[in-house]
Ligand binder design. Structure first.
Ligand code: GDP
Ligand code: MG
Length: 447
């Protein structure tokens, strides 16, 4: 998997201090493969890789991160940005009824999504919702919308196959106005492929009802083809949003990236089941992880970046370099930095499951408890003891000091000794790697 490949790369980059043309190339080769495997269209992949490369080469590597980790983080951020920043809800800011036009290929999930949206609007936004089908080519399509609208708790406006789509939509709009509906959802005929006559029809429909939202419904399983469909619909209609359906399937969801890039429209919702409540507000961040197939390893990297106090880390590194020594205060500050990141348990949650399983929850729990105990012991020391660990390591009164500390922290003397051992190991390690070893220390503590 990509996670495995990237972790391996990240490991090989560990000794490298800078992002260079060559380590970027290695990394991007893997990312490129992952994107193609996820069915992102080739031109979109090419564009993306170039953007990441530009960003990466200008990026400084800070604190305890290595170039590999910084790159993973850049890739993820750029991917999420490509698929849309944050979440975009439906725009209903217009004189009611707000008209929403559904467009897309046959089988994409327009009718299903129409009902899902009706439910969403009724329940989440307390709207009075009317649906209508302008699909006059398949009589069953009108009945289908009727059924699912009922399930959604919305109202359905009757239409018949002998009417013109434009007339149906206008009649429904008139009805919606007179009965004070907040929203009118207009379902349209499917196209098996890009068909000029049908494109002309939906353009005409659009001009007649002037929707505030024109949603392009696209099947996530469409893969590489999504790019052509998206182009055709974008040329025919001013799209305001995308609904990506069938994300519950085994597609890696690369279509999201292609479609978003080609249309420039935000992905607003994701269909995640055939059922009427199988609709989610699209989350670009989460989806980026899915496309890369890398669990939440990127979230882990970001967490590390966010949680670590870079100033403190730098001070520590300077201290070690200048020979000032690593004392127990620094040890305490390392532990609180880890806590700031949500503790080991929270970091574990973000690792891909294979890795997490390897580490073992029991071990994690134990490590977490140890960390708390260590903090307690450190806090039971006097400031002077923390500044001068030698008082505890080889001072004359070390035994009585340790006894006092153990009592204060409510632990055994052995616990104090264990901490001092760990501290000494840490000190040696810090000297070896000249500070900034938070990640390494976490590994060590996590077993
Ligand atoms: P339309 O031709 O665009 O109106 O497509 P439909 O709404 O009739 O959906 C076509 C098929 O896809 C139906 O069998 C739906 O149940 C199914 N479908 C739609 N959205 C989803 C989804 O998000 N997940 C899954 N698994 N199936 C979906
Ligand atoms: Mg339909």
């Amino acid at each position: 998997t990509l996670t495995d490949r990237l972790s391996r790369l990240v490991k090989t980059m560990r000794g490298q201090a800078r992002i260079t043309e060559s380590n970027v190339q290695d990394m991007l080769r893997e990312v490129r493969m992952a994107l193609l495997e996820a069915d992102v269209a080739l031109p979109v992949v090419r564009d993306f890789i170039n953007r990441v490369k530009d960003k990466a080469l200008g990026q400084e590597v800070i604190g305890s991160l290595n170039p590999g980790q910084v790159l993973v983080s850049i890739v993820h951020k750029e991917l999420a940005a490509t698929m849309g920043e944050g979440v975009a809800d439906l725009n209903l800011a217009t004189q009611p009824p707000a008209v929403i036009l559904m467009a897309g290929l046959q089988g994409a999930g327009k009718t299903t999504t129409t009902a899902k949206l009706a439910k969403h609007l009724i329940e989440k936004r307390k709207k009075k919702v009317l649906t209508v089908s302008a699909d006059v080519y398949r009589p069953a399509a009108i009945e289908q919308l009727k059924t699912v609208t009922r399930q959604a708790g919305g109202e359905w406006f009757a239409s018949t196959p002998d009417q013109k789509p434009r007339d149906i939509a206008l009649a429904a709009l008139d009805h919606a106005k007179r009965h004070y509906f907040d929203v009118l959802l207009v379902d349209t005929a499917g196209r098996l492929a890009i068909d000029e006559a049908l494109m002309a029809e939906i353009r005409d429909l659009h001009a007649a009802i002037k929707p505030v939202e024109t949603l392009f419904v696209v099947d996530a399983m469409q893969g590489q083809d999504a790019i052509n469909t998206a182009k055709a619909f974008k040329d025919a209609l001013p799209l305001t949003g995308i609904v990506l359906t069938k994300l519950d399937g085994d597609s890696r969801g690369g279509a999201a990236m292609s479609v978003r890039q080609i249309t420039g429209a935000p992905i607003k919702f994701a269909g995640v089941s055939e059922k009427i409540d199988g609709l989610e507000v699209f989350d670009a961040d989460r989806h980026a992880g899915r496309v890369l197939g890398m669990g939440d390893i990127v979230a882990l990297v970001e967490e590390v970046q966010k949680g670590v106090d870079l100033e403190a880390a730098k001070k520590l590194a300077d201290k070690v370099k200048s020979g000032d020594g690593f004392d127990l205060n620094d040890f305490l500050s390392q532990i609180s930095q880890m806590k700031k990141m949500g503790g080991l348990g929270s970091l574990m949650d973000k690792l891909p499951t294979q890795l997490a399983a390897k580490a073992g929850q029991a071990d994690m729990d134990r490590a977490e408890r140890d960390m708390k105990r260590m903090e307690g012991v450190l806090n039971a020391m006097t400031a002077k003891e923390r500044r001068q660990p030698s008082l505890l390591l080889d001072g004359k009164s070390k035994a009585s000091r340790k006894r006092r500390i153990a009592q204060g922290a409510g632990v055994q003397i052995q616990d104090v000794n264990r901490l001092l051992n760990q501290f000494e190991q840490m000190q040696t390690m810090m000297k070896k790697m000249k500070g900034g070893g938070l990640m390494k220390m976490m590994k060590r503590m996590g077993g």
